[in-house]
Design a protein around this ligand. Structure first.
Ligand SMILES: [Zn+2]
Length: 453
């Protein structure tokens, strides 16, 4: 199994090296903005070949960038424009379908590069020397700089990893350069025997994360961090409206702070989940569509047609920060692999509406969208055996269903020797077989559950 990690290396520069790196960074950023302006007046093109023909010579002579870095800058601008064009097309489509009225303005003026972070290619622009030193390109020449990093990362750089591109990042506050090196490492594929435990991880608004094994659970409250994140968002909107030069500058530092704050919280949650669940197959939701789930519910109507949000709803969404759930999942996947566990994605459909005991799926299982989940199925396995309906904390249903789906995945893995992360549900026969085994599994779980009480 391949794993990508980023090693953060602190560069112990002399004052001359520090200046050389800073000059290189700023020249690179100026070159990016130059290419961006060129692309803009040439039909907002994302075509790298055209950009290279039009700007390469100037980048080399005016900004004095070495050849490989000049090409990187051109590639980077091409990629930016390509991304923006994709957004424009998507926006056009959404406007045609009347999902939004807003016109996407990302290509109204040339995108401006603010961050002076440079990408360096391994072997061309930078490399490692003996005795924990790094050789790196600057405008005039290569410089050799000692570095510090986590022992684990340093060991990986020296052995056992494939070194990829790196980014030169400057911490302005501490006047310190870091090199963020991408490493590819190979971890032996785990077997189901090595991962006897199963846990499901659900993400959401009230709790940033909820984990459930078949018998235990852990809530990671989102209340405190959310209000702080919402505070950032409100402040950002305010500054955006102001739009003055100093407001924009404050906006930049604020967005950096917010990003680091969310990253820190996500790191802690991911670490806790991975540490609390050793030797575990960790089930995560397949998150595509999370934006729909976390935004304010749409206007109720008889037709299923998508309706635009009301002003009030839009305003509520406006001030609500988006939590970086995809980032949280990435961190869990990464930390799990390093700890000898394994995180996989499972189908996320109806995880909050489905009874973990009988599989009955209905919105009404959660009366008034309240805190309690009550299975409304009169034939529920649980009701048949206990005489009362299955009741559970509503925020726990998602995680428990994900745990169940992960358990199913593990059983398939044991049986077939293959871990199919994305089960093929196009085959009807396989689908029916899965459903049957799913209900059998539920049955055994229901029995186990009742034995515990
Ligand atoms: Zn039920």
């Amino acid at each position: 199994m391949q794993q990508i990690i980023t090693a953060k290396l602190k560069l112990l520069t002399t004052p001359e090296q520090h200046n050389a790196l800073r000059q290189t960074q700023l020249a690179y950023r100026d070159a990016l903005n130059y290419v961006s302006a060129y692309a803009y007046i040439h039909g907002k093109t994302s075509n790298e070949k055209r950009l290279r023909e039009g700007t390469y010579y100037k980048i080399r002579t005016q900004f004095k960038l070495p050849s490989e870095m000049s090409n990187n800058a051109i590639r980077q601008v091409g990629a930016t424009y390509k991304g923006l064009w994709t957004k424009v097309k998507k926006n056009n489509e959404h406007r045609r379908k009347k999902i939004t009225k807003k016109r996407y303005k990302g290509l109204d003026k040339p995108p401006k590069y603010v961050s002076p972070t440079i990408t360096y290619n391994y072997g061309y622009d930078y490399g490692f020397k003996t005795q924990q030193q790094i050789s790196i390109r600057t405008l005039e020449k290569r410089v050799v700089i000692p570095y510090q990093g986590y022992d684990k990362h340093v060991a990986l750089i020296q052995h056992d990893s494939v070194i990829k591109a790196a980014r030169l990042w400057y911490n302005k506050q501490h006047k310190q350069f870091y090199l963020l090196v991408t490493l590819e490492i190979n971890i032996p594929d785990p077997t189901p025997e090595e991962l006897p435990m199963v846990v499901g991880v659900d993400v959401g608004q009230r709790y940033l994360a909820t984990t459930a094994t078949i018998s235990q659970q852990h809530f990671f409250s989102g209340k405190a961090v959310r209000s702080k994140a919402d505070h950032y968002t409100r402040k950002q909107k305010h500054l955006q409206r102001k739009g003055t030069r100093s407001a924009i500058r404050r906006l930049q530092s604020l967005s950096g702070r917010e990003r680091r704050f969310k990253l820190d919280v996500n790191h802690v949650i991911a670490k806790t989940i991975v540490n609390e669940n050793p030797e575990t197959l960790i089930g995560l939701e397949n998150l595509s569509g999370i934006r729909e789930r976390t935004r304010q519910r749409q206007h109720k109507g008889k037709s299923k047609k998508i309706r635009p949000l009301t002003t009030k709803q839009r305003r509520a969404n406006h001030h609500r920060s988006k939590w970086a759930f995809a980032e949280l999942q990435r961190l869990i996947i990464y930390k799990a692999a390093l700890a000898g566990s394994l995180a996989v994605k499972v189908d996320a459909n109806y995880t909050s509406q489905m009874c973990p005991m009988c599989g009955y799926t209905d919105k009404k299982n959660r009366p008034n969208n309240g805190l309690i989940f009550i299975c409304k199925n009169t034939d529920c396995l649980y009701t048949q055996n206990t005489g009362r309906p299955y009741t559970i904390h509503a925020d726990l249903v998602g995680a428990r269903n994900i745990a169940m789906r992960t358990l199913l995945l593990r059983q398939d893995w044991v049986r077939t020797g293959i871990l199919s992360i994305y089960p093929d549900v196009s085959d009807d026969e396989a689908k029916a077989e899965r459903l049957k085994r799913y209900s059998e599994l539920r049955w055994s779980q229901a029995q186990a559950h009742m034995l515990m009480m």
